[in-house]
Ligand binder design. Structure first.
Ligand code: CDT
Length: 309
């Protein structure tokens, strides 16, 4: 049986601070319909795809932060995504800010879900690597307050069976950490779906601004090759509220090669036919884990956080 999944990386252009969720969802539904017309079975949207990237602002009142979060998924605003998926028989990945309640306490996560072609949630991931800072730093031209507004994810890096293959998820900064891909690789992942919002300007090290696109592809291509998995990286791109976000959404083969890439910084579909069986080219050869890994020598990776050097 063929295991070719036609994937659409559904890049979004900027979402303004005053743009409603309904409007963002309308844009995503349009992309989903176009993707289906072009043969897609899976559509991948960016990180925090329902609103502007709100961690760029410091909010004193928690209620102003909570306004960007979803207490339920689906909800009235996002139901059209689920209905369209079921209508078209298309699966999707969606990034959003999740407000979960456990034991009477609110918990805030930067979350993604995997929804199958019947509109059913089949997997959830909560961002593990939260970048940026926890306190207001007025010297910055814009804030990156993910460490203030979110808790680190508590679900690890699971993989899910769907469309005849094994799918994993991660979110933006997670892609810079090889452990992210390796844990999913060890679970046999065949396609990693990931959304991102990456400003071109990095205030603590502006000398790296010109390397943002290079680093974006470097880490995703390495993650794909070193684990023999497809990687679908999807940006929210363009000038969003005076902050330039890189684009570069792409689909990467298990060999590490980019097979399709965005040409714009706007709403755009990037499509590829991805043969999941191609993962074996790498998984049974150069990165045959069972044959070549030496985990006894990697203990330090889980025994220390900051290093000992
Ligand atoms: N959204 C996200 O994780 N963005 C970070 C920006 C750099 S750290 C401030 C990223 O790793 O792309």
């Amino acid at each position: 049986m063929s295991r070719i999944v036609t994937v659409a990386a559904a890049q979004l252009g900027p979402i303004a601070r005053d743009e409603s969720r309904r409007s963002a969802v309308r844009r995503m539904v349009a992309l989903m319909r176009e993707a289906k017309d072009r043969g897609a079975g899976l559509v991948v949207f960016p990180e925090l795809a329902l609103t502007t990237f709100f961690p760029r602002w410091y909010f004193e009142r928690q209620s102003d932060v909570d306004a960007y979060f979803e207490r339920h998924m689906p909800n009235g605003d996002t139901q059209p995504l689920f209905d369209t998926a079921a209508d078209l028989g298309v699966a999707f990945y969606l990034g959003y800010a999740e407000l979960a309640e456990h034991d009477g306490q609110d918990h805030h996560f930067n979350t993604s879900i995997l929804v199958d072609g019947s509109g059913t949630v089949v997997g959830k991931y909560r961002k593990v690597h939260l970048p940026g800072h926890a306190e207001h730093e007025p010297w910055r031209p814009f804030q990156h307050l993910e460490k203030r507004y979110f808790e680190a994810g508590d679900l690890g890096f699971p993989v899910f069976d769907m469309l005849g293959g094994k799918f994993g998820m991660c979110i933006c900064n997670d892609r810079r950490w090889p452990e992210t891909f390796r844990v999913m690789g060890l679970r046999g992942c065949e396609m990693v779906l990931l959304g991102y919002n990456t400003p071109r300007h990095y205030p603590p090290a502006p000398e790296h601004d010109h390397l943002q696109d290079f680093h974006n592809h470097l880490v995703m291509q390495a993650g794909a090759y070193q684990n023999g998995t497809w990687v679908v990286g999807v940006a929210k791109a363009g000038r969003e509220e005076d902050c330039d976000l890189i684009g570069g959404s792409c689909i990467i083969a298990p060999t590490g090669e980019i097979v399709a890439q965005a040409k714009t910084l706007e709403d755009e579909l990037v499509m590829a036919d991805c043969d999941l069986d191609r993962c074996q080219e790498i998984k049974t050869n150069i990165f045959n884990f069972a044959l070549h890994r030496e985990p006894e020598n990697y203990r330090l990776i889980v025994e220390t956080k900051g290093g000992i050097g």
